[in-house]
Design a binder for this molecule. Structure first.
Ligand SMILES: Nc1ncnc2c1ncn2[C@@H]1O[C@H](COP(=O)(O)OP(=O)(O)OP(=O)(O)O)[C@@H](O)[C@H]1O
Ligand SMILES: [Mg+2]
Length: 273
């Protein structure tokens, strides 16, 4: 039975879509069957996986407002074992349309559960807001991955998000678990970055992914070619970091050479005063 994972953070530009694209591609390359669902009206996941929005006939919008069956929205990508349900711009209106609908926070769940048997992993890429779309993802999901930047304000955002998770858990989805908190665009040379990791680790023991995703220009170039990093530049540091994240999630041994691992894991432990 497949696992449904929402990738969410109401803060914009923290690497949600990038993480879905690259983690999904890695798992697909490891013979897992993966579906990515784009529920962000910006459609970055859709574009980043090489789908032209103009060519989309059925999108996540149609699923949420009940105009189509979820099976009819699935598109195969060019990447191994990787399917997508795309988003188009009309999704921007869904937030308002859903307000007047019955079961407005259960709409994604009602449809997505029928696909659980068909995939090993289903990732949902959320928009940068804690509105009805993100709540739909949290209600449907088994767990949540929270990408975040290691900067001071990120801590405030995290407490807002964990409050929302608590509300969703107590009202709709008691089983919702935090899969992991993922530091992205990480720079281990910055003291603040290491301080923030230590602080988050203290509040969420065992929940911070050991793998940190470094800032890497190849990661930011890949979406403009409609490709995950491992298909765009396999040798990039960014590709290695998402490989390590995938292996960490699968609980498999990290098989990169020591030197490369050090490169990615090289965040300093806080010195004792
Ligand atoms: N590790 C990285 N190194 C360099 N650039 C990155 C990295 N991760 C993401 N980016 C770039 O940062 C920007 C924001 O990333 P992304 O779109 O994945 O964030 P997001 O959280 O999905 O944003 P939004 O909230 O708008 O949906 C993009 O231009 C992306 O290419
Ligand atoms: Mg995004």
């Amino acid at each position: 039975m497949g696992k449904i994972i929402a990738v969410a953070n109401q803060k914009g530009g923290v690497g949600k879509s990038t993480t879905v694209i690259n983690l999904a591609a890695f798992l697909g390359s490891r013979d897992k069957t993966v579906l990515c669902i784009d529920i962000d009206p910006q459609g970055n996941l859709t574009t980043g996986l090489g789908i032209k929005k103009k060519s989309v006939e059925v999108s996540s919008y149609d699923i949420l407002v009940g105009r189509a069956r979820i099976q009819d929205a699935i598109i195969e990508t060019d990447f191994k074992n990787l399917h997508i349900i795309p988003a188009t711009e009309n999704l921007a209106g869904a937030e308002v349309e859903l307000l007047n609908m019955e079961n407005r926070v259960n709409r994604l769940k009602m449809q997505v559960l029928s696909l659980r048997e068909s995939y090993d992993y289903i990732f949902i890429d959320c928009p940068p807001a804690l509105g009805t779309l993100t709540i739909n993802a949290l209600v449907a999901a088994d767990s949540i991955i929270i990408p975040m930047l290691a900067e001071f304000f990120a801590l405030e955002g995290l407490s807002q998000l964990t409050n929302t998770i608590k509300i969703v858990k107590s009202n709709y989805n008691p089983g919702l678990d935090i899969e992991g908190i993922l530091f992205t665009m990480f720079d281990s040379r910055l003291n603040i970055a290491n301080d923030v990791v230590a602080e988050v680790d203290k509040h969420f023991p065992g929940k911070v992914f050991e793998t940190k995703i470094p800032r890497n220009v190849r990661i930011s170039e890949a979406p403009s070619h409609g490709k995950p990093i491992m298909y765009y530049d396999k040798s990039a540091k960014g590709a290695d970091s998402y490989t390590l994240l995938g292996l960490e999630m699968l609980g498999e041994p990290l098989e990169l050479p020591e030197k490369k691992k050090r490169n990615i894991f090289s965040f300093k432990k806080k010195k004792k005063k």
